[in-house]
Write a protein that binds this ligand. Structure first.
Ligand SMILES: Nc1ncnc2c1ncn2[C@@H]1O[C@H](COP(=O)(O)OP(=O)(O)OP(=O)(O)O)[C@@H](O)[C@H]1O
Ligand SMILES: [Mg+2]
Length: 345
């Protein structure tokens, strides 16, 4: 079955066709990065206008050489309301015109399963880590549509923290790739930035770390020239926390697989640390290819296939800018007996 996925929740206009939830036949991404760069962040009104201008051409390109489309999937949240509406209305109109089933997809769910497209043998159950521009979630994925969120960020997401620190260092937007690149030239042990482990909870918190970088820059203005060491030390702190907590949770819940998704999963240091920990623990870590780490529609189409397979589709969808990650059916997860009660390690 060929599923056409459409993604417009933030600043990427994307469309892709995926066969049977696994094989990418086309994957078109039109990024608005250049439009938002001078504002050092995304301007919602500019984002939705650009989606309107681009979406038809992007879809046309995605379906040009892929043959038939059997079903459609579109992101319905979380995201920017105007941007989400462009995708939803386009998808609804096409589903009606082509008489195809349509599935609404949670953007977080799409990130959660993005590694599936590069790893044909990856199946739930696994522990999912979503590290994106707006979210940091640690989730037990028992099956498609069956989730138990262990923890999430209490303040800034990992991606937001990368972007804000990059902005302080005048490295431009988006900050993650710039910090990743600059950090390669620095010493990760140069500055002992704090590691917010939040022991006793599976939650994350990165705003204190961001403030620590700010205080460092205020207290030692002469050291701003040492931007490579600052990037390497900051990145080391974030990736230490993400690696430690994720592997601890996988061990506590007896999960042998971890799947990481979202823009920060592109980070080279995070990938390196997960690989090292993976070899030590025997817990396998799966990452999406770099192009599938950030927003794309192939991951939307992949989840759309599994949702459609379970008989879920609708010609009329609701968008929700704050859509939470919820189960497709009522949960039957046997995970209520946490080794720490309801909280984590
Ligand atoms: N190599 C990298 N290292 C660290 N962070 C990165 C890297 N590449 C991208 N990022 C970060 O990923 C984020 C963008 O990821 P993504 O596209 O998944 O987020 P989003 O869609 O805006 O947010 P969400 O998925 O939460 O709605 C940005 O914060 C960016 O700085
Ligand atoms: Mg995203």
């Amino acid at each position: 079955m060929n599923v056409l996925g459409i993604e417009s929740s933030c600043d990427e206009t994307a469309a892709a066709v995926v066969k049977d939830g696994r094989k990418i036949l086309s994957n078109i991404i039109d990024s608005q990065e250049k439009l938002h760069r001078r504002f050092r962040g995304i301007v919602p009104e500019i984002a939705s206008r650009s989606h309107v201008e681009k979406i038809n051409a992007v879809i046309e390109k995605a379906i040009q050489k892929t043959g038939r489309v059997d079903a459609m999937a579109v992101t319905v949240g979380p995201g920017l309301i105007g941007s989400l509406l462009v995708g939803k209305m386009t998808a609804e109109a096409l589903a009606w015109a082509w008489d195809r089933p349509l599935v609404g997809i949670n953007h977080l769910e799409a990130h959660l399963f993005s590694a599936l497209l590069d790893s044909p043998r990856l199946e739930p159950p696994f522990l999912g880590l979503i590290v994106s521009g707006g979210h940091t979630h640690l989730v037990i994925v028992e099956d498609f549509g069956k989730y138990k969120t262990l923890g999430q960020t209490r303040d800034d997401s990992a991606g937001e923290c990368f972007d804000k620190v990059a902005s302080m260092l005048k490295l431009g937007y988006p900050g993650g790739p710039a910090i990743d690149k600059t950090a390669k030239l620095g010493n990760p042990k140069a500055i002992p930035f704090p590691r917010p482990y939040l022991t006793g909870s599976w939650d994350f918190s990165f705003s204190g770390l961001k403030t620590a970088v700010l205080y460092y820059l205020n207290d030692f203005p002469e050291k701003i020239s040492n931007v490579e060491d600052i990037c390497a030390s900051f990145q080391s702190a974030v990736t230490d926390v993400l690696t430690h907590k994720t592997f601890l949770a996988a061990k506590r819940y007896g999960l042998k697989k971890i799947a990481v998704g979202g823009g920060v999963s592109a980070n080279s240091e995070l990938r390196k640390k997960f690989n090292i920990e993976s070899r030590k623990s025997g817990i396998r870590a799966y990452f999406p290819s770099l192009i599938l780490s950030t927003d794309n529609a192939a991951m939307v189409a992949a989840v759309g296939f599994y949702k459609h397979q379970r008989g879920i589709s609708s010609k009329h969808l609701q968008v929700d800018p704050s859509l939470p990650l919820t189960n497709w059916e009522k949960s039957s997860l046997p995970f209520s007996l946490s080794p720490f009660g309801e909280r984590g390690g």
